[in-house]
Design a protein around this ligand. Structure first.
Ligand SMILES: Cc1cc2nc3c(=O)[nH]c(=O)nc-3n(C[C@H](O)[C@H](O)[C@H](O)COP(=O)(O)OP(=O)(O)OC[C@H]3O[C@@H](n4cnc5c(N)ncnc54)[C@H](O)[C@@H]3O)c2cc1C
Length: 416
C-alpha cells in the first residue's frame, strides 16, 4: 500500500463509485462528488446487463451501409438529430474511420479484457456488502425473428465464439418453451451462458455509494466547475460549494467529462449516443433471463421493480429532451415481440452513452497531472465500471496490472 493520499473522484456513476470504493480499500482519503447524487446519469437507466458478450463495437465493417439503411427506415433503432450533425461530424468521421477489419479487431481486443470477467468484478466489488443482492446471475439471449437473421449476424458471433461465448441455438416452437413471454414471431434464440444482470441499477448505485460511506469514504453533492493545477499537477477541485484541495483526482463524469477535460487542455472527441428506456410497471409476464430484441436493438431485463426495455441509438445533443420516435419504436417492438404482455404503466427515460471514436474508454492518468480518466464507456459502462475502478486504483497505487492499458490511454487523442 502506498502512502494515503487525498483523492477526489468526480462523478458518482458506476465508474466513479467503483473507483472510489477501490481507492478507499487501498487506504486513501476519498471524497466522491456528484452534482446530483449517486446514479444520476447513464448509470441509472441502462438495461442493467453485465454484458460480458458485448465485445463487438457499433463501428464494425459495413457500418456506413447499414447506418444509411437504418436511417432511411423509420422502424429501425438508429436515429439522427440532423440539426446536430454539423457539430457531431468531426466525431462521426473519426468513428467511421475505425469501421474496418483492422479497426474492429483492435477495438474487440481492447474490449475483451474489460468485459469478459464483469460478473466476477461486480462480485468482488460487492462481496460482504448490502450491494451484493443487486447482482444476479443469468444467461443472455439474442431474440431473432428468423434463422436467417441470426446467420446475418455471423460477424459478431464469430468473434464471440472465438472468445469462448459460442451460442446455443434454439429454434421453432422450442423458443416459446424456453421463453414463454416470446410470441411466435421470434423463431430463433441465440443463448450465451453464464453472465449476469443488475436488478435495479439506480438502487445498486445508491447501495454502492452507501458502501463507500460505511467503509470510511465521503460522498458530497457538489458540481465541479474547474480543476486547478499548480506547476502542472492537480492541487484543488473547484465546485459550486467551494474549493477542495487534493493530491490526486479521478474524472468519472460520463458524457460531462468532456468540458472538464477541455480545462486540462485535452480535446477528447466524446459524443453522446442517446439511449432510452421504458420501464414497465407490474408486467403480466417476465422473461426467465435477460435478452436482446434484435429488431429494435434494445435489452429486456427482468428487474426487481418491473421489466426494463432499454436501448436504441440516437446521435444528437445532450441539451435536447427525450425522443418520441425512439420511445415509440421501443413500445412498438415490445408489442410486436411480447404479444400477450400487459402492464400498468411505462416510465420513460433518456440517457447519454459517453462514446469515443474508437469505442474504447479512457483509463489512466492525463499527462502527469495527477488527474486520472475513467470515462468514455459507451454501451458497456455498467459492465466495465468495477474493473475500471480497480485499474485506476492500481495505477494510483503504482501497482503493475497484468493488462496492457495502451488501448485505453487517456492521452491518445492528443491536446487541443
Ligand atoms: C439506454 C441505455 C442502455 C444501456 N445499457 C447498458 C447495459 O445494459 N450494460 C452496460 O454495461 N452499459 C449500458 N449502458 C451504458 C452505461 O449506462 C454507461 O456506459 C455508464 O452508465 C457510464 O457510467 P459513468 O459512471 O461513466 O457515467 P454516468 O453514469 O453518466 O455518471 C456520471 C456522473 O457524473 C456526474 N457529473 C457530471 N458532471 C459533473 C460535475 N461537473 N460535477 C459533479 N458531478 C458531475 C453526473 O451527475 C453523473 O452522476 C446503457 C446506456 C444507455 C443510455
Amino acid at each position: 500500500m502506498s502512502e494515503p493520499q487525498k483523492i477526489i473522484v468526480i462523478g458518482a456513476g458506476i465508474n466513479g463509485v467503483s473507483t472510489a470504493i477501490w481507492l478507499r480499500r487501498a487506504g486513501h482519503d476519498v471524497t466522491l462528488l456528484d452534482k446530483d447524487g449517486p446514479g444520476a446519469g447513464a448509470s441509472f437507466g441502462n438495461a442493467g446487463l453485465l454484458a460480458q458478450w458485448a465485445i463487438i463495437p457499433v463501428n464494425t465493417p459495413g457500418l456506413m451501409k447499414t447506418g444509411l439503411k437504418y436511417l432511411a427506415n423509420p422502424k429501425s433503432p438508429l436515429f439522427m438529430q440532423w440539426s446536430y450533425l454539423p457539430k457531431m461530424l468531426p466525431w462521426l468521421i473519426r468513428f467511421l474511420s475505425h469501421a474496418n477489419e483492422d479497426g474492429a479487431r483492435r477495438m474487440i481486443e481492447g474490449l475483451i479484457p474489460i468485459l469478459t470477467d464483469s460478473v466476477a468484478q461486480h462480485q468482488a466489488l460487492t462481496r460482504g456488502t448490502s450491494a451484493a443482492e443487486f447482482v444476479a446471475l443469468s444467461d443472455f439471449s439474442y431474440a431473432y425473428e428468423t434463422r436467417a437473421a441470426f446467420d446475418a449476424d455471423s460477424y459478431g458471433w464469430k468473434y464471440r465464439s472465438d472468445a469462448g461465448m459460442a451460442p446455443e441455438l434454439i429454434e421453432g416452437p422450442a423458443v416459446q418453451e424456453a421463453e414463454p413471454i416470446l410470441g411466435r414471431r421470434i423463431q430463433c434464440l441465440a443463448v450465451t451462458k453464464d453472465h449476469g444482470h443488475v436488478l435495479n441499477p439506480g438502487g445498486y448505485l445508491k447501495a454502492l455509494a452507501q458502501v463507500l460511506i460505511e467503509e470510511g469514504g465521503t460522498l458530497r453533492q457538489a458540481e465541479v466547475t474547474d480543476l486547478t493545477l499548480t506547476d502542472g499537477r492537480i492541487t484543488s477541485i473547484e465546485t459550486d460549494q467551494g474549493s477542495l484541495t487534493c493530491d490526486q483526482a479521478v474524472l468519472a463524469a460520463g458524457i460531462w467529462s468532456k468540458p472538464l477535460m477541455r480545462k486540462l487542455g485535452l480535446n477528447v472527441p466524446l459524443e453522446a449516443e442517446r439511449g432510452h428506456h421504458l420501464h414497465l410497471q407490474n408486467p403480466s409476464q417476465m422473461p426467465r433471463n435477460p435478452m436482446m430484441v434484435t429488431t429494435g436493438k434494445f435489452g429486456v431485463t427482468p428487474m426487481n421493480d418491473g421489466l426494463r426495455c432499454a436501448g436504441t441509438v440516437e446521435l444528437g445533443s445532450i441539451e435536447k429532451g427525450p425522443s418520441r420516435k425512439a420511445l415509440d419504436l421501443i413500445r412498438h417492438y415490445i408489442a410486436h415481440t411480447f404479444p400477450d404482455l400487459t402492464y400498468d404503466s411505462a416510465e420513460e427515460w433518456l440517457g447519454f452513452r459517453p462514446s469515443t471514436p474508437d469505442s474504447l474508454p479512457l483509463i489512466g492518468e492525463i499527462a502527469q497531472t495527477g488527474v486520472h480518466a475513467a470515462f468514455g464507456h459507451q454501451h458497456i459502462g455498467l459492465t466495465a465500471g468495477p474493473k475500471t475502478g480497480r485499474l485506476v486504483a492500481d495505477l494510483i497505487e503504482g501497482r503493475r496490472t497484468n493488462l496492457d492499458l495502451t488501448p485505453y490511454d487517456a492521452n491518445r487523442f492528443g491536446r487541443r
